[in-house]
Design a protein around this ligand. Structure first.
Ligand SMILES: *[C@@H]1O[C@H](CO)[C@@H](O)[C@H](O)[C@H]1NC(C)=O
Length: 483
């Protein structure tokens, strides 16, 4: 509880107590009935929840102003989970560029120990962790040869130690997957701010993370482009000034196809669909996300993340397709004024903001040139063409463990499709929907007193379900669910 004063704690407690976070069943539509979000925005905010990002309250405004007035002379100690991955290495680039503002005091890596050892030698953290005990021993001996002191841990407990590092005040969660949940919770319990780059944290863990963020008074700072854009656009927004969140989407591989063209191609030429779905029209961003862009499941998942970050009800979060990916997302205020954040599609920008918020550090990135871009275009996403979008809204509205189930089912189906085992493109949403229905029947869907164990159980069950169902599908035993 570094930042909260007594009246502030009282204010937060009131917020939690009075809000619909664990809303009654009557308020929470029991649904897998899939509907498009309404275009008429409710004036009432009774389906909003307390946000985990520092926005939308008097407390958030006071904190932002106080930190802003302190000036850009801050010094922050970062703990970086996933230091050898793309988020981790880019965070270390920022530390390297701004040593007066940042130090890397704890690093956790996977199996890339050569890079980890280089990072330890350069940044001199107090502790680090590897995946296996063998790697930890190897790193220790490499460091002692070089005369460098650093405590080395390993395994899941090792990641937890790095997240809990006493010297760290902010934890950058660049680690991928549900394994990021426990260390993030440990960091929050010790009052550390989170620069959020692990999507499972809120998409799967929202029901346990959001209350924890409030309890310990930490700041959840989005480090991905869309949510950072929303967060940036909300700076200075008065309490309850926000009316609607508008996420922009590149549209993925099939953005120029009509629904009929896409569905016919799935029937007539599945191989061409396979190839196109795994190639991103704008940039190379990794196989999993490229396919998630093609199904637009990535945007549906971001809707869920936006709900937990900014508190907006699912009726008040919309998606607009924006092929140029320059406007990174927008917010609509109560008076209908829309504020957006723009920039080149560059992951470093949201990362810098997450670790320096609310300050603005001078960086020598290429400035945005709107004249060079010429035109920005927008169109509505076709929900019937992208069934994953509605599934995400449905899972979000169902709440509780359902979003963890949806996320895990998507991840498993995504992987199976890329493995080219014979799964159709349109089988992906069908598998997700079947997992969501199966989870209800099997008792894995819970909305009351949800624990981390419930979330991990739902995640594990959904993966197994999709794997089993895929096997049957591919063997042709359940042809009827194929298109
Ligand atoms: C930041 O880390 C350094 C060690 O690198 C330590 O001396 C200092 O006390 C830390 N600051 C805080 C606020 O913990």
């Amino acid at each position: 509880m570094r930042t909260a004063s007594a009246p502030l704690v009282f204010f937060l407690a009131l917020l939690v107590a009075s809000n619909a976070f664990n809303s009654s069943p009557a308020k929470r539509p029991r649904l897998l009935a899939i509907s498009t979000p309404s275009t008429l925005h409710a004036v009432g905010r009774d389906l909003w929840i307390p946000p985990s990002a520092p926005v939308d309250s008097e407390a958030a405004l006071r904190l932002t102003l106080k930190k802003s007035l302190e000036g850009a002379t801050f010094k922050k100690n970062l703990s970086i989970l996933g230091s050898t991955g793309s988020i981790g290495t880019q965070t270390l680039d920022i530390v390297r560029a701004k040593p007066e503002n940042f130090a890397a005091v704890a690093l956790s890596a996977g199996r890339n120990i050569n890079l980890l050892v280089e990072q330890i030698k350069e940044f001199r953290p107090v502790c680090a962790s590897t995946q296996t005990p063998e790697d930890a021993a190897l790193v220790r001996s490499m460091l002692s040869d070089a005369g460098v002191k650093c405590e080395i841990y390993h395994g899941i407990e090792g990641v937890d130690e790095v997240a809990k590092c006493e010297e760290a005040d902010t934890v950058v969660t660049g680690i991928v997957g549900a394994v990021g949940l426990q260390p993030t919770m440990s960091a929050i319990r010790l009052g550390k701010d989170i620069a959020l780059a692990n999507k499972e944290t809120l998409i799967s863990g929202g029901p346990v993370i959001n209350p924890l963020v409030k309890e310990f008074g930490v700041n959840m700072l989005p480090a991905d482009s869309e949510h950072s854009a929303i967060f940036q656009s909300l700076q200075g927004c008065p309490p309850e000034g926000l009316r609607r969140v508008i996420l922009t989407a590149s549209g993925g591989a099939f953005r120029d196809f009509t629904k009929d063209e896409l569905f016919n191609m799935c029937r007539d030429d599945p191989e061409a669909v396979q190839k196109k779905a795994t190639t991103h029209p704008n940039w190379d961003m990794g196989a999993k996300i490229t396919l998630d862009s093609a199904t637009m499941c990535n945007k549906g998942l971001e809707v869920i993340e936006a709900h937990y970050l900014f508190g907006a009800s699912y009726d008040d979060i919309d998606i607009v397709v924006h092929p140029q990916s320059i406007v990174h997302s927008m917010v609509e205020m109560q008076d209908t004024s829309v504020i957006s954040q723009m920039g080149w599609a560059d992951m470093r920008l949201p990362l810098v903001y997450a670790v320096s918020w609310p300050q603005r550090l001078r960086m020598d990135y290429k400035p945005l040139d709107l004249a060079e871009i010429g035109s920005l275009t927008f169109k509505a996403p076709d929900h019937s063409k992208y069934p994953c979008i509605n599934l995400c809204y449905a899972a979000g509205r169902a709440g509780g463990t359902m979003t963890a189930i949806l996320n895990a089912a998507n991840e498993a189906a995504n992987e199976k499709f890329r493995d080219n085992v014979g799964l159709g493109f349109l089988d992906i949403p069908k598998l997700i929907e079947a997992a969501m229905e199966g989870a209800r029947e099997e008792g894995l869907y819970k909305t009351d007193d949800v624990t981390l164990e419930d979330i991990l159980a739902g995640d594990e069950w959904a993966r197994k379900f999709v794997e089993g169902r895929t096997e049957k599908l591919v063997k042709g035993q359940e042809k009827k669910i194929l298109v």
